[in-house]
Design a protein around this ligand. Sequence first.
Ligand code: PSU
Ligand code: MN
Length: 301
Amino acid sequence: MLVVSEEIRDAVGAGRPVVALESTIIAHGLPRPRNLRVAAELEAVVREQGAVPATIAVLDGRPHVGLDKAQLERIASGDGIRKLSHRDLPLAVATGASGATTVSATAFLAARAGLRVFATGGLGGVHRGWTQTQDESADLGLLARTRITVVCAGVKSILDVPATLQRLETLGVAVAGFGTERFPGFYLADSGEPVDWMLRTPQEVAEVMRAQDRLGGGESALIVANPVPEAEQLDPGLHARVLESGLRACAEQGVSGQAVTPFLLDHLARHSDGASLEANLAAVRGNVRLAGRIAAAWAGV
Ligand code: PSU
Ligand code: MN
């Protein structure tokens, strides 16, 4: 069912480090044509850490783990590229559709391919106004039943962060700050919420992963929350202003469902003169680098 590239199949077979990367951020989270450069750059950052990058997407109904240059270009072009969460996978496969995978779909496919470490920007979560819209990203439920380590800069700040942390607790998903006791705020180093556990090194993260397996029980993820460096974060005042106007625009224009996250990310980038985009990229780069180090520690190299 899965098309796993030869390089990744060899690496998994030999127990060498591999890092899964999602494609929704490329197709729907970043502006063209910069997104293609970023996709290539993120793969290069993984390789610098001695790990193999595995960008995941669905092309013509076939889930791919590891994309070549032409396939990456197709995802970045956005033409006919849907946004696929975990629930969309059988529909895309059966109808021959193509799409970029969100955190939930990427984590699902990565785990099926035997990958254990995954890097992204910010997780999906509980949206503001969730009591009315019931909009909670499918990322959370999937991570509650998938054994994978996700390195992220917290959850996107467009969300209701305390409600998201509460849901992760209820769902039994482990969360640890990397070198911090504050839960990161995606564009900001600190979301204003605390995190109960702090890990300091990739080796410590790998120990937690081994403990998850030794304890057994239900399969669930480990979230490693890695803050964007403070020097590269978005100015907090600007962040508050553009976020407020973005949420208002979203409500006025009746944007809902899967369209909410791409709409808000684009609004923030345009109204911050690209500053939110730079903070977003700094966070993603840092996460991908750390994921490479964790994958290496997990593989014991
Ligand atoms: N992180 C980013 N940019 C993104 C996303 C995450 O820096 O575009 C994507 C991820 O793929 C995540 C998705 O799974 O947004 C969440 O979308 P939704 O809220 O519709 O579940
Ligand atoms: Mn949603």
